[in-house]
Design a protein around this ligand. Structure first.
Ligand SMILES: [Zn+2]
Length: 417
C-alpha cells in the first residue's frame, strides 16, 4: 500500500539530501522528488523510486523551478537572546585594542552584554530575538539552539530561557534551549576570590539548575571552561549537577587556552565540545572515540580575528563529527549559516561537502536530533530550503549571497520570494 502524500516537491535541478545512505557524500539526487505528509518526509528520491511508496495523486505540488533543494540549516550554537548591541565596540575594535576602548569609558565583552541584558525586560528581549530569528529563517535556518548566559543570576537567566520557550511557540523555527548560567561569573563578585566563585557555583548547582529543570526551560546545560572563566574542576561539578537533573552536557572550551575542557568532554561524555582552537590531536582522538560532536564557529574566529583559527582538517582526520553554528551574539553578529559555511571552507580547510554536512546532520547531532532533522529522507521532518543557484558549489562560491528563495518547515511553506 502506498502512503498518501499531502504535498510534493518536484522540478528540482538537484536534491541535496545529506543522506549518508546514498552513494556520494551529500546524497545528491538529480531531478528528484520529495513526498510529504503530516509534516514529515514520506519519500525522497528519483521520481520512479518515490512513485513506488508515495501516492501523489491528490497532493499539492510545489515547483522547485529547476533550483537546488536542501535540508533546512540547523544552527546548533547561538546566543540569540541578548539585550541591545555592541556595534560601537565592534567598530572601534577594527583600529583599537580592548584596553584603548575601555579607557574611553566603553564597557566591552560578555560583562557589557550581561548589563544590557539585565536592563531589558522579557518583552523587549523577545521582540529583538524574534527579529533576528526571522532573518535566520530567511537565510534557510529551520532549527536554532539558543543559550541563556547573559543574566548570570537566577531571575535574569530565567527571563532569557522564557524568551526561548516563547520563540519556539511564536514563529516557525524550532528553538532548542540551553542553560548557560556558567557563561561567566556575576560582575558583582570577585572572580579571583575562591569563596566568591564557590558561592556562585553553589547557586548554580543548588538553585538555578533545579529551578530550570523544574520549569522545563532547557534541555542542555553548557559552560565556558577556559582561561579566565571556569576551571575544569568547576566545569565538571556544574555539568554533573546538570546531568543529575536531566540536562545534557555541552561545553565551550579551548577557545583561548587549553585548560583541559576537551578531556572532560570526552570523559563525561558531553554531547558536544565547542570552539576547539587549542585542542590537541590526542584530545581530538579522545573526542572522536567518545562520540562528542565538535562544534566549530568560523564567524567567531573571523569576528575576533582569532590568532589560532580552529583546525577543522585535523579534527576531521581524527574522525570527529563536526557541526557548524553561527554563534550569533553581541560580539559576533551573524545570522547566516551560508556565510558560516563559506568561512568554514575558505578559512578552516573544510570542503564544501563537509561544511554542508556540518551545517545539517552534524549540527543536528550536536542537539541530539540527528534522527529527526538535518537530512531529506523518509521519516525526517520536512524542513527544507530551496536555493536559487545553478549548482551546490555556488553556495560556497557566491560570498555573502543569500541563495534562499523558499523555506518549508514541517511541510509548510513559511518563506517565499
Ligand atoms: Zn558560545
Amino acid at each position: 500500500m502506498k502512503s498518501k502524500a499531502e504535498t510534493y516537491i518536484d522540478g528540482a535541478r538537484e536534491i541535496i539530501t545529506c543522506d549518508s545512505m546514498r552513494s556520494d557524500a551529500l546524497g545528491r539526487i538529480p531531478n528528484g522528488i520529495i513526498a510529504i505528509a503530516n509534516g514529515d518526509i514520506l519519500a525522497a528520491g528519483p521520481p520512479e523510486e518515490v512513485a513506488k511508496t508515495a501516492d501523489l495523486s491528490n497532493a499539492r505540488r510545489i515547483d522547485a523551478g529547476g533550483k537546488i533543494v536542501a535540508p533546512g540549516f540547523v544552527d546548533c550554537h547561538t546566543h540569540l537572546v541578548f539585550g541591545r548591541s555592541r556595534a560601537e565596540e565592534y567598530a572601534l575594535k577594527m583600529t583599537k585594542s580592548v584596553r584603548e576602548i575601555e579607557a574611553m569609558g566603553i564597557e566591552t565583552g560578555i560583562p557589557a552584554s550581561i548589563r544590557m541584558t539585565r536592563e531589558e525586560n522579557e518583552e523587549s528581549l523577545f521582540n529583538d530575538a524574534l527579529d533576528r530569528i526571522g532573518r535566520m529563517l530567511r537565510y534557510g535556518t529551520t532549527t536554532v539552539e539558543s543559550k541563556s548566559g547573559y543574566g548570570i543570576r537566577l531571575e535574569d537567566e530565567l527571563k532569557q530561557l522564557r524568551v526561548n520557550s516563547r520563540l519556539d511557540l511564536d514563529q516557525p523555527v524550532d528553538v532548542v534551549s540551553t542553560f548557560l548560567g556558567a557563561h561567566d561569573f556575576p560582575p558583582e563578585i570577585d572572580r579571583n576570590n575562591p569563596k566568591d566563585r564557590k558561592a556562585y557555583i553553589r547557586e548554580l548547582t543548588e538553585k538555578m539548575i533545579p529551578r530550570v529543570t523544574e520549569e522545563k526551560l532547557a534541555e542542555f546545560c553548557d559552560i565556558y571552561c577556559d582561561t579566565g572563566y571556569y576551571t575544569r574542576e568547576e566545569a565538571h561539578k556544574i555539568l554533573r549537577a546538570g546531568i543529575d537533573h536531566g540536562l545534557l552536557p555541552r561545553i565551550h572550551t579551548d577557545a583561548y587556552a587549553n585548560v583541559g575542557g576537551s578531556t572532560l568532554a570526552a570523559e563525561l561524555p558531553a554531547v558536544s565540545a565547542d570552539h576547539l582552537n587549542y585542542t590537541s590531536k590526542t584530545e581530538m582522538h579522545l573526542l572522536a572515540e567518545a562520540g562528542v560532536v565538535g562544534v566549530v564557529l568560523p564567524a567567531l574566529d573571523f569576528a575576533v580575528a582569532h590568532p589560532d583559527p580552529f583546525n577543522a582538517r585535523a579534527m576531521l582526520e581524527a574522525g570527529m563529527t563536526l557541526a557548524l553554528g553561527t554563534n550569533i551574539n553581541p560580539g559576533n553578529w551573524t545570522e547566516s549559516m551560508q556565510m558560516v559555511m563559506q568561512l568554514a571552507c575558505r578559512n578552516h580547510g573544510m570542503s564544501p561537502e563537509e561544511a554542508m554536512l556540518a551545517a545539517t546532520t552534524g549540527a543536528a547531532k550536536a542537539i541530539r536530533r540527528e534522527d529527526r532533522i538535518g537530512r531529506l529522507a523518509k521519516g525526517y521532518s520536512a524542513d527544507i530550503q530551496i536555493w536559487d543557484l545553478p549548482s551546490f558549489e555556488d553556495s560556497i562560491y557566491r560570498i555573502g549571497n543569500n541563495a534562499v528563495c523558499m523555506v518549508i518547515k514541517n511541510g509548510t511553506v513559511v518563506f517565499q520570494i
